[in-house]
Design a protein around this ligand. Structure first.
Ligand SMILES: NC(=O)c1ccc[n+]([C@@H]2O[C@H](COP(=O)([O-])OP(=O)(O)OC[C@H]3O[C@@H](n4cnc5c(N)ncnc54)[C@H](OP(=O)(O)O)[C@@H]3O)[C@@H](O)[C@H]2O)c1
Length: 306
């Protein structure tokens, strides 16, 4: 299959490109400034900006499948004029239209857990509206809504560290927001399976890891892995929101009101759709074992908070 991975130079993208190439597919990674040397060997780079449809039409032409992994991180404030509506919604509209015009068959959309056109953050609303664009298309679509994804090059663990300081630190609401992080090495084979199999067409999958952890757990695990300890002190959510809202316009503060809001709701699944790919939660890698450096030996059976 000839697959174009938009956002293929990013964290999940480079892992997916490598997986698809290993499975024998012809893979092109598209981004605004791709560099062949940063891509897995055998993967071709294409330059294009999903917010400018003319810039992606040639790259999309001739492909059997398109994967949309383009991202503006929800963890940090967008900079340089980009916003979630333009990149996640407008970018999806452009990719879908261009793919339809080019007679692409398959379209895999990376959404996010909690995606909702009426949701609480700009990111979640744009992701929700983008899903509707995909489901209304005439492409053979599959949508993934993962919880946070961790792995080499991911920003979830570094986010917890940037939000805090070692030894004694404050976290909004005491860091009680719950996540169900999934390892990129567990996620990408499911994405590749979805592209290859007919069973996944027209399906939306909520996928997450084997363990529910709070932001405080993640912070402690991250510092533990560095051989340091940390004591978490609660910062009332209202105070954190006020502080981050006030910091919104400051270019050197990477968090803002939207990020504060994102810490007020949990990021966990009710039913884990990894079962649609023949997996059980116990088959998946825990954040702790990844941080301890043994993801391959990290099968876990306890689904409780770390
Ligand atoms: N990582 C997570 O924890 C997580 C959780 C849930 C959902 N997701 C979703 O998974 C997808 C991939 O996330 P990720 O963590 O791999 O993101 P990432 O590492 O930030 O990669 C984003 C990719 O998008 C490209 N990009 C950004 N703006 C673009 C534009 N206007 N036109 C073309 N390419 C553009 C980037 O390259 P350039 O900047 O060089 O153009 C890069 O290749 C996203 O849809 C994200 O929302 C991620």
């Amino acid at each position: 299959m000839k697959v174009l991975v938009a956002g293929g130079t990013g964290f999940i993208g480079t892992n997916l490109c490598a997986e698809l190439h290993d499975r024998g597919h012809e893979v092109t990674a598209l981004s605004r400034d791709p560099n062949d040397s940063d891509l897995p060997s055998g993967v071709t780079a294409a330059m294009g900006d999903v917010s400018a449809p003319d810039s992606i039409a040639d790259a999309v032409a001739g492909h059997d499948a398109v994967v949309n992994l383009v991202a503006l991180s929800p963890l940090y404030q967008p900079r340089g004029g980009a916003d979630h509506e333009t990149v996640h919604l407008g970018g999806t509209e452009n990719l879908v239209r261009v793919a339809e015009d080019a007679d692409v068959e398959r379209f895999l959309q990376m959404s996010a857990l909690g995606a909702d056109p009426d949701g609480e953050t700009d990111y979640i609303r744009a992701k929700g509206k983008a899903e509707a664009v995909v489901t209304d298309s005439n492409l053979e679509w599959t949508i993934f809504r993962p919880s946070v994804v961790f792995g080499d090059g991911g920003e979830f663990v570094s986010f917890a560290k940037r939000l805090t300081t070692p030894y004694v630190t404050g976290l909004p609401g005491g860091g009680k927001t719950r996540f169900q992080p999934i390892w990129v090495g567990d996620l990408v084979p499911m994405l590749a399976d979805a592209l290859e199999g007919d069973d996944h067409v027209g399906r939306t999958y909520e996928v997450a890891g084997p363990q529910i952890v709070t932001l405080a757990d993640v912070t402690e695990l991250a510092y533990e892995a560095d051989g340091r300890s940390v004591t978490i002190l609660p910062v009332p959510m209202a105070v954190a929101k006020l502080g981050l809202t006030a910091a919104d316009p400051l270019p050197f503060v990477p968090f803002g009101a939207d990020q504060a809001r994102s810490l007020t709701f949990d990021n966990t699944v009710a039913d884990n759709d990894v079962t649609a790919f023949g997996l059980e939660e116990a088959d998946l890698t825990t954040l702790r074992s990844y941080l301890e450096g043994s993801p391959a030996d990290s099968r876990h059976t306890d689904r409780s908070t770390a």
